[in-house]
Design a protein around this ligand. Structure first.
Ligand SMILES: Nc1ncnc2c1ncn2[C@@H]1O[C@H](COP(=O)(O)OP(=O)(O)OP(=O)(O)O)[C@@H](O)[C@H]1O
Ligand SMILES: [Mg+2]
Length: 372
């Protein structure tokens, strides 16, 4: 796995095991579906995007700006590429962390060709001054460039070529409202169900020239945290295991391989388990604030909030309450422990459902102000 020297801006959002070797990155690129038709799942978002692109084609204009929001590995970058591909437009790639000054953004915007799709990954991490420049650019395809300093400073308006901004974010809650409002459409990507992940895996297995049983695909899919990137990565580990041990990738092979790589039946990996165990043992099941949890497992709170928590909430092992994160009865039971406080029992079915639904509909947004 990669060390610090291979980290790129934004990589801290990924768990160490999410960052692969170069071969894995290349494999991920090769696996990206090229069209909306090939893109598995996210039916609603696909329909919405298709309509947006078709309408733009009919009116012969650039499609509206699009914001793609959701946890890592669900297909945001893939969709951005598809938007450019389907509308037959060139694509320019940039990212929030690379835009540290308004000037960085002005340079990109002023060099766009007419109709270009500008993809800004992790857009919530862009500098504030650049955000302000972007408001005008998105609305009027114009920016004001400041020349000189102090009393003699003047602003020179500069017309831009019409473009479509596609922003991606794992933390849409961090985007300022004026920026969010300027996107014509926001797509909230949801975790994938097992059937959809089986389709993703079947396609990847063909590309890997791996013979694999259907039941083995299902086993991988159910342990992939609802995330295509993780499904594809686990498939590669299973392929390695089958290669070394000889023979076809059966369900038993999948189980052994995933046990070796510390992925349990629900798809929890080391970090998920570390968070759960700290919550259960040190904090008696909570409630506990997110930052406290993050510090206790030695992780960035951003990683816990955008990667670990949405999944644990989704599968019902924890809930977010106004007083902090808490383990549910299922959370205790998954670790074969008796709830040590009676709060887990007091989390009524209604409360759990409400918390679960809100988390699913918007996995990246805090339900309440953090840290209590
Ligand atoms: N709907 C899908 N169908 C098939 N493959 C998919 C789908 N979504 C994602 N993938 C695969 O999962 C991998 C990760 O997707 P992608 O890079 O687009 O995620 P992301 O949302 O941009 O993640 P991050 O937030 O980390 O940048 C890609 O290799 C892609 O092939
Ligand atoms: Mg991406």
């Amino acid at each position: 796995m990669s060390g610090d020297d291979t980290r790129r801006p934004g990589d801290e959002l990924l768990q160490p095991e999410m960052m692969g070797s170069e071969a894995e990155v290349a494999f991920e690129g090769a696996l990206r579906p090229k069209s909306l038709a090939e893109f598995v799942g996210q039916q609603r978002v696909r329909g919405q995007l298709q309509l947006l692109l078709d309408a733009a084609t009919i009116q012969n204009r650039t499609p509206d700006h699009i914001l793609l929001a959701g946890p890592p590995g669900l297909g945001k970058t893939t969709l951005a590429m598809i938007v450019a591909h389907e509308s037959g437009r060139p694509l320019r790639l940039s990212s929030g962390p690379a835009i540290q000054h308004a000037g960085d953004l002005a340079a990109v915007l002023s060099s766009l060709v007419p109709g270009e799709v500008l993809f800004v990954d992790e857009i919530h991490r862009m500098a504030r001054s650049a955000e302000e420049l972007l408001y005008l650019a998105m609305e009027d395809f114009r920016i004001d460039i400041m020349v000189g300093k102090g009393a003699g400073a003047t602003s020179i308006p500069l017309d831009l070529a019409p473009f479509t901004l596609v922003g991606a974010t794992t933390r849409s809650g961090l985007l300022p409202n004026p920026l969010r409002d300027r996107f014509g459409f926001t797509a909230h990507l949801e975790f994938y169900d097992a059937d959809e992940l089986v389709q993703v895996l079947r396609r990847a297995a063909v590309m890997l020239e791996l013979r694999i049983e259907e039941s083995a695909l299902i086993e991988i899919a159910t342990r992939s945290r609802g995330t295509p990137r993780i499904a594809n990565r686990l498939l590669r580990r299973v392929r390695d295991y089958a290669l070394v041990h000889g023979g076809e990738a059966t369900r038993a092979v999948v189980r052994s391989a995933l046990e070796l790589y510390d992925v349990d039946e629900l798809g929890l990996d080391r970090l998920d388990r570390a968070v759960m165990l700290i919550l259960l043992t040190r904090f008696n099941g909570g409630p506990v604030g997110l930052n406290t949890l993050a510090v206790s497992v030695g992780e960035e709170s951003e990683t816990i909030e955008s990667v670990v928590e949405p999944f644990l909430v989704r599968i019902g092992l924890i809930v977010r309450t106004p007083r902090g994160r808490m383990a549910t009865r299922e959370g205790w039971e998954h670790f074969n422990m008796q709830p040590r406080n009676d709060i887990a029992d007091q989390l009524t079915q209604k409360h759990r459902r409400a918390a679960g639904e809100r988390a699913v509909s918007d996995g990246t947004e805090p339900l309440f102000d953090d840290e209590l």
